[in-house]
Design a protein around this ligand. Structure first.
Ligand SMILES: [Zn+2]
Length: 196
């Protein structure tokens, strides 16, 4: 079975339940204030662009630029599944090192690049599982440089790390727990992976 809005909605619910996260409403005013601090920290100045196109995790609270399962012109259902999985990688990173992760992620370009390599490996793992293909590693590097305020030398390390992780995924490894759980949930919801 292919992805449907109902499946993606239920996928988001089950991921959130499994990892004990909350998918937030971006319209929430207090949350927005907290978010704007984070954006300032990351020196992301185009707040509208950020609010409309990027996802973010704050601890176990997740913000998406879409409602899971709702069709949108610039975000396919597959892209939604990948991004939901990606943000849950950050939740696991936060949980494994609370406090340190949250500050370092915002304050340090190299740290952010390292954590995003794992995050984007989840996107690649989902895309490979569903379609047998993934976006070019360089395109993720460009996202990092453009939207995450990551220094150019850190982007190089990011791309190299993501390349190695992708190699492992192609050999059959699950690189992150959220990717592994995501595939299990999708299977249970009747989604057929690429090649059966
Ligand atoms: Zn990320």
């Amino acid at each position: 079975m292919e992805l449907t809005p109902a499946i993606v909605k239920e996928f988001a619910r089950q991921m959130s339940e499994h990892f004990d996260t909350t998918i937030m409403d971006k319209e929430d005013a207090i949350e927005m204030t907290v978010l704007s601090y984070a954006l300032d920290f990351m020196k992301i100045t185009d707040r509208d662009k950020f609010m409309n196109h990027q996802a973010l995790s704050m601890g176990t609270r997740l913000y998406f630029p879409f409602t899971p399962g709702e069709l949108s012109p610039d975000r396919s259902l597959l892209a939604q599944v990948a991004l939901i999985t990606h943000e849950h990688v950050h939740v696991c990173q936060h949980r494994s090192n609370p406090g340190v992760y949250d500050i370092m992620y915002l304050a340090d370009s190299a740290y952010r690049a390292n954590k995003e390599a794992k995050g984007y490996s989840a996107n690649i793992e989902i895309y490979l599982w569903m379609t047998g293909q993934h976006h070019a590693i360089e395109s993720y590097g460009k996202i990092l440089a453009d939207s995450y305020h990551v220094d150019s030398q850190d982007v190089v390390v990011f791309q190299k790390t993501l390349e190695l992780l992708t190699h492992s995924i192609k050999l059959g490894a699950s690189v992150t727990k959220p990717a592994r759980v995501a595939k299990r949930i999708l299977r249970r919801l009747g989604v057929t992976p690429h090649g059966g």
